[in-house]
Design a protein around this ligand. Structure first.
Ligand SMILES: Cc1cc2nc3c(=O)[nH]c(=O)nc-3n(C[C@H](O)[C@H](O)[C@H](O)COP(=O)(O)OP(=O)(O)OC[C@H]3O[C@@H](n4cnc5c(N)ncnc54)[C@H](O)[C@@H]3O)c2cc1C
Length: 657
C-alpha cells in the first residue's frame, strides 16, 4: 500500500524537509512506496519569499558565504549528513561548469559571474540556488513527487484517519500524513490598521498596512509627494529601494565626497519621511576582520546555560539570562579592542578582565573602569546607547536632526567597516554565539510566561536583528545619499502618527511628530513599513486558520502567576514537530515546521558550520514522518474506501462552484 504524504508549502523549509526525507528514507523506510504531494502556488524551492518574479533590486541581507541549504560536519542530526555547496560555493561550481545550470535571466547570469563570498545576493539569484537544491533533493528521493501549483484552503480529518487537503483549484488530495511548511503569512489588519484604512478611504488618502514590501502596491504613491513611513527596519530598506532606484533614480560615486555616493533622482520618487521607535536604521552588516583570535566565551556558554537551566526553578530572560548575554557581549567587544588594538587602550587585557568579571554589565563601577581604560569615547561600548542611540536627543530644528542622523549613520558605518574598529565584530560574534547557545535551552519548560510571550519571541529577536542582522553597508551609504539629495528626511525616535481632519470634517491628512525635533510633518500617504504580525489567529492563510478553527491545532498559550497570554505561534511537540490539537493530544498524522510555529529560531537561512537548528528540526521531523509512514503502511487498507469517496465528493462540490 503506498503512503500519501502531503507537504503544504515548498519554500526553503518545505524543500529542506524533502532533502532530509531523501537522506533518511533508506534507513527507516527502504522500499516503502511513497507519494509526495507538494502544494504551493509559488515555484518549489524559492516559494513565495524567494520567487524570481520580484524586483531585481531586492536582496538578501545575508552574505553569499553565510547561506547554505546543506548539513555539514557540524550538524548533530540522527540521519546521514549530506554535504553540498553553500550559496557562494554553488556559484563557483556553476561558473566552473561543475554544476550544469542554464540561467536565462541576464541580470542573474551577470550577478552569478561576479558573486563573491561577501556579496549580498539578489533574491532572484537565491531563487536559482533554491530551485537547484529542490531538483537535487527530489532526484535523490525514492518516491513519486506530484506538484500542485495551488494553495491549500482546508484540511479535513476523515474518520478513517485520512486527511483531505482541499486546494483552491478544486483538487482534493487524500493524505495519510501532512507536513505544514507554511512560512510567512500575511495577517488580517489589526483594529488600528482598519481605522487608518477607513480614514484614508473616507478622505481620499492612501494607507499601506504592514505587508511584504515586494507584494505591496506602491503605484498610488505620486512623484514628489511626502510619504510618512513608520518603521526603519528591513521592510523600510526594501521600500526605499523600490521607491527610488525602482523608479529610475541612480547612485553614482560622489563628485564632492570621496568614498561616498550621490543620488541622481529620476523625478518620479516621493519624499520619504522616515521615523520609528528608535528613529535610526538597523546597524549595518560588518565588513572588518578580527585582529585578535576570537574571544573564548566567558559568561554565556552552552555549559553555563545548561547549568543555569538545571539549577533554576524558573527561568526569566530579563532576570537570569540577559545580564549574562550583556556581559558576554562586553567580553567579546573588549577582548577584540584590548588584544587586537592595544594602542587604543591604556592597560593590558589581563588588567581589565577583573573589572568585567567583578561588576555587573551596566553598573557605574564598570562604566568608570571603562572610561579610565579606554581613552577615546568612540571605543567605549554602551549597550543601552547602542540600542537607543537617539535617547535624550533633542534637535533645535528638523534640519539639525538631518545633520545629526547623517553624522550618526556615517559614524556607525565607519565603526562597522574600519579595521581599527573591529571590536564591533567581536561584539557581533559574541551575539551570534549567544543566539546559538540560547537555542540549547529555548525549549525549557522553566521559562516564565512573560519570557516566552514577549522577551524570547519579540524583544530578543528584535534586538538581535537591530544589532546583528541589519542591511548591507551599501544600503546605508545609499540612505545617506538619498538624505543629502532631499529624497529622504528623518523624523526621529518614538514617532507619533495622527489621522487629522480639518474643521469642516472633510479634508484629512496624516501627521507625524517626534520628541527628537520640533514640529510636525503632514502627508497624504502613510506606510507601516514592517512585516505583518505573525499571529496564527489573525493569519490570512486559509490553511492555518482552518487548523485553528477545526481544533486540529492550537496556538501556544502561556500563563503563570504573573502573566497570561499567547505567543501567537502554532504549538508543536518539540520532539518531532507534531501538531498539538486543541484537546491537548498530539495530532495522529500532521506535523508543522517554520517561523509560524513555536519552534525556536526557525526563520533564517542556515550558516555553514553552525549546526543549524532548522536542519536538526527538519531531520527529526523527516524521521518521525518516515516512522509513521512505515507504521501506516503496515495497517491494512480500510474497506470501504471512505476517504476516497469523501475526496471525490469534495472535489465535485468544489468544481461545481
Ligand atoms: C521579506 C523577508 C526577507 C527575508 N530575508 C532573509 C535573509 O536575507 N536572510 C535570511 O537568512 N533569512 C531571511 N528571511 C527569513 C526567512 O524566514 C527564510 O529565509 C525562509 O524564507 C523561511 O522559509 P519557509 O519555507 O519557512 O517560509 P517561506 O519562505 O515563507 O515559504 C513558505 C511557502 O509556503 C507556501 N504556502 C503558505 N501557505 C500555503 C498554503 N495554504 N498552501 C500552499 N502553499 C502555502 C508559500 O507560498 C511559500 O512558498 C526573510 C524573510 C522575509 C519574510
Amino acid at each position: 500500500m503506498s503512503i500519501q504524504l502531503a507537504v503544504i508549502g515548498a519554500g526553503p523549509r518545505g524543500v529542506g524537509f524533502l532533502e532530509r526525507l531523501a537522506a533518511n528514507l533508506p534507513e527507516i523506510a527502504n522500499g516503502l512506496p511513497l507519494v509526495v504531494h507538494l502544494v504551493d502556488p509559488h515555484p518549489p524551492g524559492a516559494g513565495r519569499i524567494w520567487r524570481s518574479a520580484q524586483s531585481p533590486l531586492l536582496k538578501l541581507n545575508s552574505m553569499a558565504r553565510d547561506v547554505t541549504m546543506f548539513t555539514d560536519v557540524s550538524s548533530t542530526v540522527d540521519g546521514p549528513v549530506w554535504e553540498g555547496p553553500s550559496l557562494i560555493e554553488w556559484a563557483v561550481q556553476v561558473r566552473s561548469g561543475q554544476i550544469d545550470l542554464q540561467v536565462d535571466d541576464p541580470l542573474v547570469a551577470h550577478e552569478l559571474e561576479h558573486l563573491a563570498g561577501d556579496s549580498f545576493p539578489t533574491r532572484r539569484l537565491q531563487s536559482e540556488y533554491l530551485a537547484w537544491f529542490y531538483r537535487r533533493a527530489i532526484a535523490a528521493l525514492p518516491a513519486t513527487v506530484v506538484e500542485y501549483a495551488a494553495s491549500a484552503t482546508t484540511v479535513t480529518d476523515a474518520p478513517d484517519g485520512t486527511q483531505l487537503v482541499s486546494l483552491d483549484n478544486g483538487v482534493v488530495v487524500a493524505a495519510d500524513i501532512v507536513l505544514y511548511a507554511l512560512g510567512h503569512s500575511g495577517s488580517s489588519p489589526e483594529p488600528e490598521h482598519v481605522e487608518l484604512l477607513e480614514f484614508a478611504e473616507r478622505h481620499g488618502l492612501h494607507y499601506v498596512a504592514p505587508d511584504f514590501t515586494a507584494d505591496a502596491d506602491l503605484s498610488a504613491i505620486r512623484a514628489g509627494e511626502p510619504v510618512i513611513v513608520r518603521g526603519m527596519g528591513l521592510a523600510a530598506v526594501d521600500l526605499t529601494v523600490l521607491l527610488t532606484e525602482g523608479r529610475g533614480g541612480r547612485f553614482v560615486p560622489s563628485a564632492s565626497l570621496p568614498g561616498q555616493l550621490d543620488y541622481l533622482p529620476s523625478g518620479e520618487e516621493p519624499l520619504l519621511l522616515l521615523g520609528s521607535r528608535r528613529g535610526v536604521p538597523y546597524h549595518s552588516k560588518i565588513s572588518s576582520a578580527l585582529a585578535a583570535p576570537r574571544a573564548e566565551p566567558r559568561f554565556f556558554t552552552a555549559r553555563i546555560v545548561a547549568a543555569l537551566e538545571a539549577s533554576s526553578e524558573t527561568l526569566s530572560f530579563t532576570r537570569d539570562v540577559w545580564p549574562l548575554i550583556a556581559a558576554e557581549l562586553q567580553w567579546g567587544y573588549y577582548h577584540e579592542l584590548f588584544v587586537g588594538h592595544p594602542d587604543r587602550v591604556r592597560v593590558p587585557w589581563e588588567r581589565f578582565v577583573p573589572f568585567l568579571e567583578r561588576y555587573r554589565w551596566n553598573s557605574p563601577q564598570l562604566h568608570a573602569a571603562i572610561a579610565a581604560a579606554v581613552p577615546n569615547p568612540v571605543d567605549r561600548l554602551d549597550l543601552e546607547a547602542l540600542d537607543r542611540p537617539l535617547a535624550g536627543v533633542r534637535a533645535e530644528s528638523r534640519a539639525e536632526l538631518q545633520e545629526t542622523l547623517r553624522y550618526y549613520i556615517g559614524l556607525d558605518l565607519h565603526a562597522r567597516s574600519a579595521p581599527e574598529h573591529s571590536a564591533t565584530l567581536g561584539l557581533f560574534t559574541s551575539l551570534l554565539y549567544a543566539l546559538f547557545d540560547l537555542g540549547s535551552i529555548i525549549d525549557s519548560p522553566k521559562w516564565t510566561a512573560r519570557s516566552r510571550a514577549h522577551d524570547l519571541s519579540v524583544w530578543w529577536p528584535n534586538y538581535f536583528s537591530f544589532i546583528a542582522s541589519g542591511p548591507p553597508a551599501h544600503r546605508l551609504d545609499e540612505l545617506l545619499a538619498l538624505s543629502r539629495a532631499g529624497v529622504v528626511e528623518f523624523l526621529g525616535a518614538d514617532i507619533a502618527v495622527r489621522a487629522v481632519v480639518d474643521e469642516v470634517g472633510r479634508a484629512g491628512h496624516f501627521a507625524a511628530s517626534s520628541p527628537s525635533a520640533p514640529g510636525e510633518v503632514t502627508a497624504r500617504v502613510l506606510i507601516d513599513a514592517r512585516l505583518p504580525d505573525a499571529h496564527v489567529r489573525r493569519s490570512d492563510n486559509a490553511a492555518l486558520r482552518s487548523l485553528i478553527a477545526t481544533g486540529a491545532a492550537c496556538e501556544e498559550l502561556v500563563s503563570d502567576a504573573d502573566f497570561a497570554g499567547s505567543t501567537g505561534r502554532l504549538l508543536v511537540r518539540p520532539a518531532d514537530s507534531r501538531l498539538i490539537r486543541a484537546d491537548g493530544d498530539p495530532h495522529p498524522g500532521a506535523f508543522a515546521i517554520g517561523p509560524y510555529t513555536n519552534a525556536p529560531f526557525a526563520g533564517a537561512f542556515a550558516r555553514p558550520g553552525t549546526n543549524a537548528v532548522a536542519f536538526r528540526e527538519n531531520d527529526r521531523v523527516a524521521r518521525a514522518v518516515l516512522e509513521l509512514a512505515v507504521e501506516r503502511a503496515a495497517v491494512p487498507a480500510q474497506p470501504p474506501a471512505l476517504a476516497s469517496a469523501l475526496a471525490s465528493a469534495m472535489a465535485e462540490t468544489a468544481q461545481r462552484g
